[in-house]
Design a protein around this ligand. Structure first.
Ligand SMILES: [Zn+2]
Length: 361
């Protein structure tokens, strides 16, 4: 059925600046957040210290703050935070950290309909502004949960730029993967498996294209491009009402690697990078050569071994990817018809001769 209208909640506070971690309190006050009681979530590592700065800034404004450190991306932590938000009458939930901090707070706030503010300390993936939370359940498996976009986002470019370099590279790959995800979406629409939404795809692709021109991921300018792009990716997902514009075959490969490798899994974006090469090869797209050039410039993996994986590990992940999410039709659904097909796709993606698979019409 055609979309008759669309309502989209976008964050009422967006601040991308430098040295702004201590300004969170005044930014929230200026944007009419109810600061009756604020819960601040952080991780066990460096984000805890950064969160303490946010907490003392809030307390300096006379705000009653509950600080909950030690968040590490578990579903039971989201449930405990939701209970605390209800019991303690929390009016705003703030997450200061990476995805493992942001996602439990995001889900707890969504389920309790509490204002949520994302203060990322890394830009390793598009979860900083997306309406999706990726959390590890009691069975040890990671799964995505529908949540809501943040009501506020504060990005300190200096802070995210001083995070470990692999997190920044991973963020570049998660952002550029919008291009392969949208190729899947268009093809799924053309073959009658999904309904393409041009507006959401336009946002996702416009966010991702500047990444192809990045010469490095060490400059402040590059960090700003990545932060803006990842924020727009969240908007694209919210506009689509699904993660489709930012998640296709390359994400299925990464999810399969997560399931295969457990605690040996690499960063989400690093695995997505390998998946992007497989997807671009499977589509027979000239994007494959562009991605290879980009990955070699900025230090993303160009082969499974770059992430400590064997070729067979990746072949297994490519073969298993579609079964992890049967409702998401991608180029892998089209390409994987027989036992040797996954190996052939992996060979096409990583062979230096850049043999590109012709897509059957
Ligand atoms: Zn992703």
């Amino acid at each position: 059925m055609a979309l008759r209208s669309r309502k989209l909640s976008i964050p009422r506070l967006l601040h991308v600046g430098t040295a702004c971690m201590c300004d969170v309190a005044s930014l929230l006050a200026d944007h009419d957040f109810d600061l009756g009681r604020v819960l601040v979530g952080s991780g066990p590592g460096p984000s805890r210290t950064l969160a303490e700065g946010v907490v003392s800034g809030l307390r300096g404004h006379g705000v009653d703050v509950l600080h909950r450190p030690g968040l590490c991306g578990r579903l039971d932590q989201a449930a405990a935070l939701a209970a605390e938000i209800i019991q303690e009458g929390v009016t705003v939930a703030v997450a200061v950290g990476g995805g493992r901090v942001i996602d439990p707070v995001k889900l707890a706030a969504a389920r309790t309909r509490t204002d949520f503010v994302s203060v990322p300390t890394t830009i390793s993936n598009d979860g900083i502004s997306s309406p999706v939370a990726s959390l590890v359940g009691k069975d040890g498996a990671r799964a995505s949960h529908a949540a809501r976009m943040p009501c506020g986002i504060v990005v300190d470019v200096e802070t995210v730029g001083s995070a470990p370099a692999p997190t920044i590279r991973a963020g570049s790959a998660d952002l550029v993967s919008n291009l392969t995800a949208c190729m899947d979406w268009r093809l799924a629409d053309r073959l009658g498996h999904d309904r393409f939404d041009a507006y959401s795809a336009m946002i996702a692709e416009a966010a991702a294209r500047p990444v192809l021109d990045l010469q490095d991921v060490t400059s402040a300018a590059s960090h700003e491009i990545l932060a803006h792009g990842l924020l727009l990716s969240g908007l694209a997902m919210a506009a689509a009402g699904t993660s489709r514009p930012c998640s296709g075959a390359e994400h299925l490969v990464s999810h399969a690697l997560d399931a295969q490798l457990g605690t040996r899994a690499a960063l989400h974006g690093e695995q997505v990078a390998l998946g992007c090469l497989v997807s671009a090869a499977a589509h027979g797209s000239p994007l494959l050569a562009e991605l290879r050039r980009l990955f070699s410039r900025i230090g993303l993996p160009l082969a499974p071994a770059d992430l400590g994986l064997s070729t067979q590990d990746l072949v297994d992940a490519v073969a298993a990817g579609p079964s992890l999410r049967p409702d998401r039709w991608t180029i892998l659904s089209e390409r994987l018809r027989g036992p040797g097909d996954a190996a052939e796709l992996v060979a096409a993606a990583f062979s230096p001769s850049s043999r590109v698979v012709e897509l059957a019409s």
